[in-house]
Design a binder for this molecule. Structure first.
Ligand code: HEM
Length: 164
């Protein structure tokens, strides 16, 4: 079924409306300090009539038939659209990390950079991030570059999801 913009959507959310709903797909990960890996991902973007999106991403180890076998990383937060096609995002991770991101919305492409990465004393040393989200032929493509554990900013994750 074609995606329809909800009637009670806050007008400030129009530039981000294309994100709304549930997305499912698969991704890959890498980093110089770890082995390459694959994951399944489910992303939910929802709204409640207020001028922000609630965002939840859950990832899983998936079997060959797509069965979710066990959870991997989870993250959640809020996407706050601002004038002039800007967006502010706040994210929390169960690994003891919280981030503030600033970004630009260019139609169906969103580019985000971290302003602040805060860590609990036991969290891994993540210092910066860069993310791209794009709607390409109806698919949600996203990629995450990270600076962590003394390594320069470089790819950690990339994934392709479809609306479910
Ligand atoms: C799609 C979500 C993600 C998946 C599936 C994922 C998966 C993994 C896996 C399998 C590892 C290697 C094993 C381990 O150390 O646990 C890893 C390491 C790591 N990930 Fe992720 N990750 C995700 C998101 C993130 C995010 C959002 C951050 C930062 C906020 C992050 C930061 C790290 C760090 C710092 C390491 C350790 C690198 C090291 O020990 O040198 N990951 N990730």
């Amino acid at each position: 079924m074609a995606f329809e913009i909800p009637q009670d959507l806050h007008p400030d959310l129009m530039p981000l409306a294309w994100l709304l709903g549930r997305w499912e797909g698969r991704g890959h990960g890498d980093y110089p300090t770890i082995e390459k890996f694959e994951f399944g991902q489910q992303i939910d973007f929802s709204h409640n009539g207020k001028p922000y999106l609630h965002y939840v991403s859950q990832t899983f180890v998936v079997g060959e038939d797509g069965t979710k076998e066990r959870p991997l990383a989870v993250e959640t937060g809020f996407w706050r659209p601002q004038p002039d096609n800007k967006v502010e995002v706040i994210l929390a991770h169960p690994t003891g990390i919280a981030e503030i991101w600033y970004g630009d919305v260019d139609g169906a492409k969103i580019e985000l950079q971290t302003d602040v990465v805060a860590r609990t004393v036991t969290a891994k040393e993540v210092t910066a991030g860069h993310r791209l989200y794009g709607l390409v032929n109806g698919e949600l493509l996203w990629a995450y570059d990270m600076a962590a554990e003394g390594q320069a900013l470089q790819p950690h994750l990339w994934a392709t999801l479809v609306r479910s």
